[in-house]
Ligand binder design. Structure first.
Ligand code: DC
Length: 209
């Protein structure tokens, strides 16, 4: 089974995808970490985020073992990732990696912005996870405070709104639900309730096939 999960920053799709992967025994790929890793490596090389040639070089030499680096989770790297995500050649190279992952024999759940629309349009189940900007900013603020970052709610709210705009207005692979995506709004749902709602969506979809 292949599940494609998309949605904006801090919609809760990361936790949901991890829980669904454990529930259905699927391999899990957070594709945001790929764009974040490209941004991290580009900044470490001292290159500007719109240097296409350097970005492609960095993408080709990306080390998949560094994708769980906690340094990838900072707001700065998230914003930088939204910038490198505009580069078509970077996206193409990363799409190849994602499609190889999607063909794992045991099945997979892949989360990102363009999985149901571009990377895996034939996925068995597509879920688009949404939540209001206020709720997403609250969640991300709490997460960052717990991780020891000193940042205000207003700053996070503005960053999330800016990233939504960048992700949705991008010319290549913009963030949007696939036509056949199942929508899941987690604004009023806790982690457990969102997980149960997602399982219901997946199981219902599988029964219809
Ligand atoms: O999900 P995230 O916050 O880790 O994603 C970081 C950035 O990466 C996001 O702002 C846009 C980009 N991204 C993308 O363009 N396509 C994806 N499939 C995943 C992430």
């Amino acid at each position: 089974m292949l599940i494609a999960m998309d949605g904006p920053a801090a919609s809760g799709k990361g936790t949901l995808a991890k829980n669904l992967a454990a529930h259905y025994g699927l391999a899990h790929l957070d594709t945001g970490s790929l764009y974040r890793a490209v941004a991290r490596d580009l900044m470490a090389a001292g290159k500007p985020l719109d240097d296409e040639e350097a970005a492609v070089d960095v993408t080709r030499s990306l080390d998949p073992d560094t994708l769980s680096d906690p340094g990838l989770r900072t707001p700065e790297v998230g914003q930088a990732a939204a910038k490198v995500a505009k580069i078509g050649a970077v996206r193409e190279a990363l799409h190849k990696f994602q499609r190889t992952f999607a063909s794992k024999p045991g099945g997979a759940i892949i989360e990102g912005r363009d999985i149901g629309t571009v990377v895996c349009p034939d996925a068995d189940v597509k879920i688009y996870v949404e939540a209001s900007t206020d709720v997403r900013a609250e969640r991300r603020h709490k997460e960052l405070l717990e991780a020891g970052h000193d940042i205000s709610y207003d700053e996070i709210h503005a960053q999330i709104a800016a990233r939504d705009e960048a992700d949705r207005s991008r010319k290549i692979s913009p963030l949007k639900p696939a036509e056949d995506a199942l929508l899941l709004d987690t604004s009023d749902l806790g982690i457990e309730a969102a997980f149960e709602a997602a399982i219901k969506l997946v199981d219902t979809k599988l029964l219809q096939r």
